[in-house]
Ligand binder design. Structure first.
Ligand code: AQP
Length: 331
């Protein structure tokens, strides 16, 4: 079976972007691939989270993944810091990563702009650590959202560079989505993507209570449109239609698409009511299951441990081969 790796940072509550960009693929892939899914706790340290919050955040991400349908019996579900081999290969791979190329990464440039008071070296070398997360398991497919596409290109570069210098070890991983292109779920205010750490009111979380879901959708940005039949659909309306495609039945979606085509506008009150109802139906079972799971920390710890055991064994083999190829082979 082909190997698959993907991770989610424990930086807050999981949202629809995480679900449709990543987790939905995990659930399908668990049937056909050898899957390694992890909570990227080291990656979350770039923003210096409160140490008191970290354990709870890690447990919640695990619970929300399982509540969404991930079966820990079928996949290896682990926490990054339980695999020290990743840190060692990260050190080795940093020798092949150039500061110039890392400084050019758009997400790094964004962070420099957004958190100029904390441009730490971990932020700069984030793509190296992410590449190692993938390469150490020798993964060929990586289910991620669109925002991560470019980082995958870097993982391929590092794999090539290592293979070229020291000998073939790493397959070149590809970003993966069951649809034809990678997914990006925009935020409800039309500014950027849904994310854990930005604009809470414009992001739908898997932990949101029903009334919150309905209210956020009610307040989502719309554009009353031109009222001209056949006029182009504005981005804000397209965003709502795209969200409908994820949770509503196809006939409901085509009803509103037709309405726009024929009249150049839509009854947004009706659309939002329908979307709100269907979104509640989608999110509420996941939310309730995740709540139950989070109460059972013993179970979650057992899952983490078992997942780490399998992931560590595989990672240790790769690390050993990498060291040998590099020449760290003295005994
Ligand atoms: N809006 C999104 N649409 C599609 N996919 C998304 N992903 C994240 N947002 C969207 C995918 O989810 C996986 C986990 O990524 P992450 O842990 O980096 O999630 P995040 O929500 O982007 O986290 P933060 O902390 O909220 O990020 P920042 O600080 O950038 O705002 C990935 O596969 C990602 O593609």
């Amino acid at each position: 079976k082909e190997i698959v790796v993907s991770g989610i940072r424990p930086t807050g509550y999981l949202h629809l972007g995480n679900y449709f960009g990543a987790i939905r693929n995990y659930i399908r892939m668990q049937e056909d691939f050898n899957c390694y899914f992890f909570v990227a706790d080291w990656h979350s340290l770039t923003t210096h989270p409160d140490p008191k919050d970290l354990p709870g955040n890690v447990m919640r991400v695990l619970a929300e993944n399982i509540a969404s349908g991930l079966d820990p019996e079928k996949v290896s579900l682990y926490v990054q810091s339980d695999i020290p081999e990743i840190a060692e290969l990260y050190l080795l791979m940093n020798m092949l990563a150039y500061v110039g190329e890392l400084e050019k990464v758009p997400t790094f440039k964004d962070k420099v702009r957004l958190q100029p008071q904390n441009v730490n070296a971990g932020l700069l070398t984030y793509p190296v650590l992410m590449s190692v997360d993938i390469l150490i398991q020798r993964a060929v497919k990586v289910p991620v959202g669109k925002d991560q596409g470019q980082h995958l290109e870097m993982a391929r570069n590092f794999a090539q560079r290592f293979n070229h210098r020291y000998g073939d070890l790493f397959p070149e991983p590809e970003a993966f989505n069951y649809g034809d292109s990678l997914v990006r779920i925009p935020s409800l205010d039309g500014n950027g993507k849904m994310s854990k750490s930005e604009n809470e009111l414009a992001t739908l979380y898997l932990a949101d209570e029903d009334d919150k879901i309905i209210n956020k959708i009610k307040k989502a940005k719309t554009d009353s449109g031109s009222g001209e039949p056949g006029s182009p659909i504005p981005d804000s309306v397209q965003n709502l239609l795209d969200l409908m495609k994820l949770v509503c039945t196809p006939d409901v979606v085509s009803f509103y698409e037709e309405a726009w085509k024929n009249t150049g506008t839509i009854r947004f009150g009706d659309l939002k009511k329908q979307l709100g109802e269907d979104m509640v139906k989608f999110i509420s079972p996941i939310r309730e299951k995740a709540k139950d799971l989070q109460r059972d920390t013993d179970y979650l710890k057992k899952i983490m441990k078992a997942g780490a055991e399998k992931a560590r064994a595989n990672a240790a083999q790769t690390l050993q081969q990498a060291k040998k190829l590099i020449g760290i082979n003295y005994y």
